[in-house]
Design a protein around this ligand. Structure first.
Ligand SMILES: NC(=O)C1=CN([C@@H]2O[C@H](COP(=O)(O)OP(=O)(O)OC[C@H]3O[C@@H](n4cnc5c(N)ncnc54)[C@H](OP(=O)(O)O)[C@@H]3O)[C@@H](O)[C@H]2O)[C@@H](O)CC1
Ligand SMILES: Nc1ncnc2c1ncn2[C@@H]1O[C@H](COP(=O)(O)OP(=O)(O)O)[C@@H](O)[C@H]1O
Ligand SMILES: [K+]
Length: 478
């Protein structure tokens, strides 16, 4: 599990070191770590540190100070270092003095022959897009960028990527990861966290890793039978959308052992593909389950709404997705009155229907607010999945690629998460674990049989077929 911290949490941890902050010791440690990462990057990219060329883009605050001290350190390793000062009168004085003493040169514009550029424009103190002077410098940068703390122009807490902003190959941060490092993961590139001896509290935003997912994943034990592992009930599909039922039910079958029940009009198709599913024409004859998934392709007419109402009136865990969410948007009290766990899995459009307003740029706050208002767990889909229940830490997953942005992929996700709910995982952990396996399955499916493949587009059926290989790979690391 990795934690991601807010700017306030980081600043408080730095302030708590007292003299270490005031005397500049923290900055020296940060700069030494930064220089170490830049040197390693130079070695990896051109085979040597000595004789390479690095350009610094230096803002008016301590972020620029880090860059200047690191520049001095790199000079001592035989690197030719030049610096553009965006605010020459306000550049970090001690950093600039050290840089000059070490033989660093201040220039008006960066050269075109640089091996790396260091973005020391702005870090935790930034807001909004890159200002014009900084943007003008980066417009001509072709070399890979190492960002100090945060790529400039990216908001540290919300991860909003302003335009223009810096796109980094590597981001070097200090003491603990910032929220932007996962919320804007693609913009940050690889994130290296340097220890500077600060003590940060437990994070309010965390990401499960493969090991967490694997250790939580339910597998049958010696005393288990088909009922004891939790039976998943799926209410999905319609004459118009039978495929949603196939994908959702298929994912539940792939996710766990035990039993999957299906209620709806697609029973014939489902049984021909998944004969292990126990199908029933209506809720009354469905049999007992430990959690319900309702909504994918299920329609929004009165009959569909009645089903959503009946299912939410049970005291079982319920996952509502897709059409179920559209129905729910007009009946939020059906969720608010529940005591059993409820997991809602909207994409951005469904989220706007539920919340009454678009997600906006601060996705984490938006999801947390909706979860709190509804007394439910909300999973917001996308490249970065956000799961909040309004009480525990927010769980975030970076899919690492966007192959899952394909029709029907959401139906696979709800089947997966529903099966985990039935197995007894909490709604937050079920949601975040399903998102991580789903994302990994998309990558495996896109890659095909070739480990080194750059990937090719997939459909949701391919993603479904890769669920078991994804679970297998994750379990093999645990
Ligand atoms: N504290 C510590 O212990 C440690 C701190 N550390 C480091 O300090 C960093 C925080 O430093 P900080 O607080 O000085 O703020 P910082 O990020 O440099 O930005 C302020 C300047 O940016 C400018 N600016 C703002 N927005 C902008 C934009 N969009 N585009 C362009 N410019 C913009 C703004 O200009 P102004 O508004 O004043 O004109 C202001 O001058 C932190 O991220 C880490 O790197 C490490 O050394 C570890 C120890
Ligand atoms: N850009 C993206 N990168 C990675 N995953 C994505 C991206 N966009 C969507 N996804 C994932 O793909 C799935 C799409 O779900 P959804 O929009 O409900 O589609 P559908 O309703 O057609 O099944 C979700 O699991 C979501 O998290
Ligand atoms: K920066």
């Amino acid at each position: 599990m990795l934690g991601y911290h807010s700017a306030d949490e980081i600043r408080a941890a730095e302030a708590a070191t007292g003299d270490l902050l005031a005397s500049g010791v923290l900055m020296r440690r940060a700069a030494a770590g930064l220089a170490g990462v830049v040197a390693a990057e130079l070695r990896a990219r051109r085979g040597a540190v000595y004789g390479s060329r690095v350009g610094l883009v230096v803002g008016a605050g301590d972020n620029g100070g880090d860059a200047l001290f690191a520049g001095a350190n790199l000079r001592a390793r035989g690197v030719a270092v030049t610096a553009v000062l965006l605010a020459p009168d306000r550049a970090h004085a001690a950093g600039l003095a050290a840089f000059r003493r070490a033989g660093g040169r201040v220039v008006d514009a960066l050269g075109h022959d640089l091996d790396l550029v260091v973005d020391g424009v702005v870090g935790l103190g930034g807001s909004g897009p890159l200002r014009p002077a900084a943007a003008a410098v980066f417009e001509h940068v072709r070399a890979p960028v190492v960002a100090v703390d945060i790529p400039s122009g990216v908001d540290a807490d919300t991860g909003v990527v302003h335009d223009p902003s810096v796109h980094a190959a590597v981001t070097v941060t200090f003491g603990a990861r910032r929220r932007a490092h996962i919320l804007a993961a693609d913009q940050c590139g690889r994130v290296e966290c340097v220890d500077i001896g600060i003590d940060v509290p437990g994070a309010r935003m965390v990401a499960l890793d493969d090991h967490d997912v694997a250790t939580n994943w339910p597998v049958p034990g010696p005393a288990d039978d088909k009922y004891s592992q939790g039976v998943t009930g799926i209410i999905a599909g319609s004459d118009r959308f039978p495929g949603a039922a196939m994908l959702c039910t298929g994912a539940a079958v792939a996710a766990t052992s035990g039993m999957v029940r299906y209620v709806g009009t697609a029973a014939g198709d489902i049984l021909s593909r998944h004969p292990e599913v126990v199908a029933a024409p209506d809720l009354d004859s469905a049999g007992r389950v430990q959690a319900w998934v309702i909504g994918p392709g299920a329609g929004t007419d009165d009959d569909a709404a009645d089903k959503v109402h009946s299912i939410l009136a049970t005291d079982l865990p319920v996952l509502v997705d897709a059409d179920g969410l559209t129905v729910l948007a007009a009946h939020l009290d059906w969720v608010q009155q529940r005591e059993a766990p409820t997991l809602l899995t909207p994409h951005a459009g469904e989220f706007a229907r539920l919340a009454g307003a678009p997600v906006g740029s601060d996705r984490v706050t938006a999801v947390t607010d909706l979860a709190t208002r509804l007394g439910a767990t909300v999973l917001l889909k996308g490249r970065i999945t956000v799961v909040a229940d309004g009480a525990g830490p927010v769980l975030v997953n970076d899919a690492g690629a966007s192959w899952a942005a394909t029709a029907g992929a959401g139906d696979v996700l709800s089947g997966l998460a529903g099966a985990l709910l039935a197995a007894g995982l909490t709604a937050r952990v079920a949601a975040a674990s399903a998102a991580r396996v789903h994302a990994h399955a998309a990558i495996l499916a896109a890659r095909g049989d070739d480990d080194t493949s750059a990937g090719a587009p997939i459909g949701a059926s391919d993603l479904l077929a890769a669920i078991r290989p994804a679970i297998r790979e994750m379990r093999s690391v645990a």
